[in-house]
Write a protein that binds this ligand. Structure first.
Ligand SMILES: Cc1cc2nc3c(=O)[nH]c(=O)nc-3n(C[C@H](O)[C@H](O)[C@H](O)COP(=O)(O)OP(=O)(O)OC[C@H]3O[C@@H](n4cnc5c(N)ncnc54)[C@H](O)[C@@H]3O)c2cc1C
Length: 248
């Protein structure tokens, strides 16, 4: 689960991932563990996951993890997942499709690659889970088509927002989550080489972030133009003039 660093919220896609995990828990009896790699402040957001119904949460936090790109991020997350899988059999890793800051959609597939398990991306519906035979059927949504895929478990599933509508926490669960203990694992627990984590373990670095140049816009609103028909006529003229639409 990724915490958005600017607003300290659960990354919106991850709210849907958590909701789906909770629904699978209710239906099939899975245990849900929410993981986040982030600064100590991410703890409050993991408490929200507990309030919503996660059975356990783990914050992966260490200065040595800082500055990680998607390669180093998926390395740390995979290591923690492997550690959790020593005590509870791993059925699936559910991620959001992407974050709303980095936006790369690489971390989920990065985890699957390192776990050497199937990766099911752009999932908008989990059709069924066969717990006994360790199989899952999902529906993936692409631009002009849907695909229904059968896969073995464990698998990494990256979900779209359309998959569900996240629930709200109840007041008693919120109160419980404030007193709960949030496990924090640093690299003393994971014991990863410094060459594969943080800045040192990152193959890429963000050099510059900037907005593309756009021509200045004009607002055709009711205050500058009294007549809505006149505003519509002006808009049409501009769109035709710039070849955005054609009158043919
Ligand atoms: C503007 C910007 C641009 C960037 N560009 C690049 C780039 O080009 N290449 C690059 O390698 N890195 C890049 N990064 C760094 C990248 O954001 C971090 O590695 C980040 O920790 C995870 O990547 P993501 O945001 O792209 O996640 P995504 O791959 O978009 O996330 C997919 C899913 O993976 C899970 N996930 C991701 N991060 C975490 C986490 N920390 N804890 C728990 N679950 C998680 C979540 O379920 C999430 O929904 C960029 C960061 C910023 C802010």
């Amino acid at each position: 689960m990724r915490i958005n660093k600017y607003f300290s919220i659960i990354n919106p896609f991850d709210a849907h991932a958590l909701e789906e995990a909770l629904r699978l828990k209710e239906r099939y009896g899975f245990k849900v563990v929410a993981l986040s790699m982030g600064p100590p402040g991410a703890e409050m957001t993991l408490r929200k996951a507990l309030a919503l119904g996660a059975d356990d949460v783990v914050l992966l936090s260490d200065r040595a993890f800082g500055g990680a790109d998607t390669l180093a991020t998926s390395m740390v997350l995979t290591s923690a997942i492997r550690m959790l899988a020593e005590t509870d059999e791993l059925a699936m890793v559910i991620c959001g499709k992407q974050t709303i800051d980095g936006d790369t959609a690489q971390v989920g597939p990065g985890i699957a690659t390192r776990l050497k398990c199937a990766q099911l991306t752009s999932v908008d519906r989990i059709e069924s889970v066969d717990v006994e035979h360790k199989r899952i059927r999902v529906r993936c949504k692409f631009e002009e088509r849907y695909e229904v895929l059968d896969s073995s478990l464990p698998a990494m599933i990256a979900v779209l927002r359309e998959i569900n509508r996240p629930r709200y926490p109840s007041v008693p669960m919120r109160l419980m989550s404030l007193d709960a203990r949030v496990k924090t694992w640093d690299n003393g627990v994971l014991k990863l080489s410094e060459n594969v984590i943080g800045l040192k373990g990152s193959a890429t670095s963000v050099r510059r972030i900037f907005s593309p140049d756009r021509p200045p816009g004009q607002i055709l609103d009711g205050e500058s133009i009294a007549d809505p028909d006149e505003a519509a006529r002006m808009l049409l003229e501009k769109l035709v003039g710039r070849n955005v639409i054609s009158t043919q």
